[in-house]
Design a protein around this ligand. Structure first.
Ligand code: TRP
Length: 347
């Protein structure tokens, strides 16, 4: 049995740790929850990590979808990521379906995953329950295995994700170790990187529920590409709590707590500092200031996104370069996997 480590998986002493993350192109815009919970970290991690970021269009077809809309949203997703500050010189930003090794490795990983093990994934249970389990696709069932392939192909050390992805990361780690144990050291076992303080952005209308594309009402969500007027309105109409005091108290004041959390994250001011600043003032003042800081953050991103989308050929070229770089790494891992698994090399 081969046991020597795969050279592509050994991080040289002075190299930066590698990070990989993915986001689905399933909305017309990313929202504040995506931005504060994940995408802002993606941008920051470029300074400290060797970053691979992926628009996961293969994952986006696990639910019924419209082809033209998917193509459009894939470009919109990529444009927003560049507009947010993902730098194509420093990071590798690419579209998942441009790198066929994702599906190839996914098959191999699926063959070492237990049916029962996959059946325990809570995201599948939640998503399939919505349509009735028998109506759910096999693709939705094997979604976490494809996600494991995304991560393992690039030998990622760290994976920034939301709390809801913890179980998928655990499965990825299990599969990496199982493969390594059976076939010899091949994959890095990745760590989940889950930012704590800002990860929990909730619905403006229903502040005990997560801000989410699939479950929030339009009034509860702040979209990155939204116009200033509607954005301001939504902040001003956010549900607050009884009483007048501006303090963070998740159990009794979930609405105000959410606003404080958002404001704190956007302005990089601590919540106690904000509580002091707004002492004796009404909710209206906090909302007005928060609306302004949302606009200050979102407007330049929206403008840059629009500019990038105005030249699709150039955007597609950038994605082509990203795919080439990603593929060079993925191909190396896959060559190793083929050899380890025992597939006959092609003459
Ligand atoms: N499942 C992830 C989510 O819904 C998206 C995703 C797909 C992902 N592949 C990934 C995240 C690889 C991190 C790494 O958020």
């Amino acid at each position: 049995m081969p046991t020597e480590p795969n050279p592509s998986s050994v991080t040289p002493g002075n190299a930066r740790p590698r990070v990989l993350s993915g986001i689905q192109p399933t909305a017309d815009s990313f929202h504040l929850g995506n931005y504060l919970g994940a995408l802002r970290q993606w941008v920051a991690m470029q300074d400290t990590h060797d970053a691979f970021y992926c628009v996961v269009d293969l994952h986006a077809i696990t639910m019924p979808h419209d082809p033209a809309l998917l193509r459009r949203r894939t470009r919109v997703a990529a444009a927003q990521l560049f507009a947010l500050g993902i730098d194509p010189e420093r990071s590798t930003l690419f579209v998942q379906s441009h790198v066929p090794e994702h599906t190839e490795l996914s098959w191999v990983m699926g063959c070492i995953t237990g049916f029962g093990e996959a059946s325990r994934m809570t995201q599948f249970k939640d998503k399939s329950a919505k349509e009735g389990t028998s109506a759910a696709s096999i693709g939705l069932f094997t979604y976490p295995i494809l996600q494991a392939a995304d991560i393992l192909l690039y030998q990622a050390d760290q994976v920034p994700v939301g709390e809801d992805q913890r179980q998928h990361l655990e499965l990825t780690r299990t599969l990496a170790q199982r493969f390594n144990h059976r076939f010899g050291e091949t994959f890095v076992t990745p760590e989940a990187y889950i930012p704590k303080a800002t990860a929990k952005i909730t619905d403006l209308q229903e502040p005990t529920a997560k801000m989410s594309k699939s479950s929030s009402s339009p009034q509860g969500i702040l979209d990155l590409l939204e116009e200033p007027g509607p954005l301001r309105k939504k902040v001003m109409r956010a549900v607050t709590d009884t009483g007048t005091e501006i303090v963070a108290d998740e159990a009794n004041k979930p609405g105000v707590t959410n606003l404080l959390r958002i404001y704190s994250a956007l302005t990089e001011t601590s919540i106690p500092d904000l509580e002091r600043r707004y002492e004796g003032q009404g909710y209206g003042t906090l909302k007005k200031d928060l609306a302004q800081s949302v606009l200050d953050t979102f407007t330049p991103i929206r403008e840059r996104t629009e500019k990038l989308l105005a030249d699709e050929a150039q955007l597609d070229r950038l994605l082509g370069l990203g795919a080439e770089r990603a593929r060079a790494v993925a191909r190396r891992t896959m060559e190793d996997v083929r050899e380890r698994v025992g597939f006959l090399g092609r003459a």
